[in-house]
Design a protein around this ligand. Structure first.
Ligand code: FE2
Length: 333
C-alpha cells in the first residue's frame, strides 16, 4: 500500500513537472522577419533573464505581415518583429496590434515610434551607397540618391529591388518626393542599374568591380569589415547625409498582437528588446545595426547614428502596398 502510494505520488509529480516544462510553461511565439541570426543571439538572453521560452518563426517582412493579416485573431503569434517598418504599418492598419504601454517604450526616442503607440522601433539601419574606390573618385559621388537616375550612372549602379530593405528605401523616397518623382527615379535607376538578389550580392559586385556603386544598408559593409574584409577591402561607404532621401534611416519594429494569449510575457519580451540589457546585447551582437536606446552605442568604426543627418520621415507613413504597386508598374517586381 505504502509503495503504491509512493508510486502514484511519483507518477503524479513527474506529470506535473512535464506539464510545467511543456505547453503550459511560459512561452511566446515570435513571428520574426528580422535577420534570423540576430534573434538567435538575443532570444536565449531573454530566456536566461526571465525563464520565458521563445519560439521563433522566421520569414520575410511582407511574407509574415501578409500571414498575420490572413490569420487575424486566430494567429498563434504573440509578437511580430520586422526588418523594416512598412510591414509593421500593414499589420497596424489591419488593427491587429495591442497598444504598448507608454512607460515600456519610453527608452526609445519618439521619432522611432508611430504616434499610435501600437508598435515601437527597436533597431535601425542606414541607407548608404557602397562604391568601388578603384573605379569611382570621391569627387564623382552623387550628392543625392535621386542623382543615380541621371544618364551619367548608366551601367554603373546595382541594387536588390526584391528585398524589403530596398523597398523601405523606395517607401521613404515616395513619402519625401511624391509619386511622380518616385516613378521617374525608379525608371531612371531601372535603366541605369543591374539587379542582384540580396544586398550581400550587391556588395560583392561592387567590391569586385563588376558594378561601380550599389544601394545597400550600412551593416552589410561593416559586418564584412569586422569579419576580415573579404568584400569590403576595395569598397567604401558614401553616406548621403543632409536630410537626403538616400540618408533614410529605416526602423525595425516590434509589436504585440492583440490576439496574444500571453500578453504579459510578450510585453516582457518587448521591454527586454528596448531596455538597456537587450539593446546592449544587440550592440554586442554580430549585427552592427543601430541600437535606438540612447544609453547604448555601437563601437567605431561604425559611423555613429547621431552623425547620419537622415530626412524626417514619419515611421507610420511608409506604405508597403503603394511601393509594391509602383515597383511592379516600373517592372522591378
Ligand atoms: Fe537586411
Amino acid at each position: 500500500m505504502n509503495r503504491l502510494t509512493t508510486l502514484v505520488a511519483t507518477l503524479l509529480a513527474s506529470t506535473l513537472v512535464t506539464a510545467g516544462c511543456g505547453d503550459d510553461g511560459p512561452s511566446i511565439t515570435v513571428y520574426n522577419a528580422q535577420h534570423e541570426q540576430l534573434l538567435d543571439e538575443l532570444a536565449p538572453k531573454f530566456t536566461e533573464q526571465t525563464g520565458i521560452e521563445v519560439e521563433l518563426r522566421n520569414g520575410k517582412d511582407l511574407e509574415l505581415s501578409n500571414q498575420l493579416v490572413q490569420e487575424g485573431e486566430a494567429s498563434p503569434a504573440d509578437v511580430f518583429l520586422t526588418e523594416n517598418s512598412p510591414a509593421m504599418s500593414q499589420v497596424e492598419a489591419a488593427g491587429l496590434f495591442a497598444p504598448l504601454p507608454e512607460e515600456l517604450v519610453a527608452p526609445i526616442p519618439a521619432q522611432y515610434r508611430p504616434t499610435s503607440g501600437l508598435w515601437t522601433g527597436f533597431v535601425a539601419r542606414s541607407t548608404v551607397l557602397v562604391y568601388n574606390a578603384d573605379l569611382v573618385e570621391e569627387s564623382e559621388l552623387p550628392g543625392s540618391i535621386l542623382d543615380l537616375a541621371d544618364p551619367e550612372w548608366a551601367g554603373r549602379l546595382s541594387f536588390s529591388p526584391t528585398g524589403a530593405d530596398f523597398q523601405a528605401v523606395v517607401a521613404a523616397v515616395l513619402e519625401l518626393e511624391g509619386e511622380d518623382a518616385t516613378r521617374a527615379w525608379l525608371e531612371g535607376i531601372e535603366s541605369n542599374g543591374t539587379v542582384y538578389d540580396g544586398n550581400n550580392v550587391v556588395l560583392e559586385a561592387v567590391d569586385s568591380g563588376e558594378s561601380e556603386v550599389g544601394i545597400i544598408y550600412h551593416y552589410y559593409w561593416y559586418r564584412d569589415l569586422a569579419e576580415g574584409g573579404d568584400v569590403s577591402d576595395s569598397s567604401r561607404l558614401h553616406f548621403f547625409g543632409d536630410q537626403d532621401p538616400g540618408a533614410f534611416v529605416s526602423v525595425s519594429g516590434a509589436g504585440i498582437l492583440a490576439s496574444s494569449d500571453h500578453p504579459d510575457e510578450a510585453e516582457q519580451f518587448v521591454e527586454f528588446l528596448v531596455g538597456e540589457a537587450g539593446q546592449q546585447a544587440l550592440a554586442d551582437s554580430y549585427a552592427l545595426e543601430y541600437p535606438l536606446n540612447p544609453a547604448v552605442q555601437l563601437d567605431p568604426p561604425v559611423k555613429p547614428l547621431a552623425e547620419l543627418e537622415p530626412p524626417e520621415v514619419n515611421v507610420s507613413d511608409l506604405d508597403a502596398e503603394r511601393v509594391v504597386a509602383l515597383m511592379t508598374e516600373v517592372g522591378f517586381l
